[in-house]
Design a protein around this ligand. Structure first.
Ligand SMILES: [Zn+2]
Ligand SMILES: [Zn+2]
Length: 171
């Protein structure tokens, strides 16, 4: 997500539009398939570079209840304050704690939107993904996926491995 537009962006009140059609940056916490697509308008306000735009993509998540993979897609709009600082400069992250929280968007002589997009996508990924809002998950005793099969430990059914034990216990 690197663009040769740094010279234009250094001038205050300059506005540059970047089209996004790239594989997802690493570190978003989700396995995204294909390209992310979107559009980002960068404006140098004199104090920061304001990034305004939209980005979307799709991939697969694992349900936190039943552990099944399911398709997931997102589309988000954003307005973020960025700085013409090196994306991979560790000092940036330390400085960002006391200063304003500006996202770095420079890599050598190029504008690099990968850190901005990585942060936006990482925030969009659900903390506890669900394949559907009312997923009943797995039975804690027999591991049956409760939305798909009968729980094997419900009712009168007894696991044959346990019947010998029951005999020994005189039940
Ligand atoms: Zn589920
Ligand atoms: Zn069960």
């Amino acid at each position: 997500m690197r663009y040769r537009i740094l010279a234009q962006l250094k001038k205050p009140h300059e506005r540059v539009v970047c089209e996004i059609k790239h594989p997802s940056p690493a570190g978003t916490g989700v396995d995204l398939r294909g390209n992310l697509v979107g559009r980002v308008e960068l404006t140098n306000t004199g104090k920061a570079v304001v990034a305004r735009g939209a980005v979307g993509g799709s991939g697969r998540l694992t349900c936190s209840r039943c552990l099944k993979d399911f398709p997931w897609s997102f589309a988000l709009e954003f307005t973020e304050n960025c700085a013409l600082r090196q994306v991979d400069d560790p000092a940036v992250y330390i400085a960002a704690e006391d200063e304003e929280d500006l996202v770095p968007i420079v890599d050598e002589e190029l504008v690099d939107l990968s850190e901005l997009v990585r942060q936006l996508v990482a925030l969009e990924v659900p903390f506890q993904p669900l394949c559907k809002p009312d997923c009943r998950g797995l039975c804690p005793h027999c591991g049956a996926a409760l939305d798909e099969e009968e729980c094997r430990c419900s009712g009168e059914a007894v696991d044959p491995r346990w019947s010998k034990l029951k005999e020994l216990l005189g039940q």
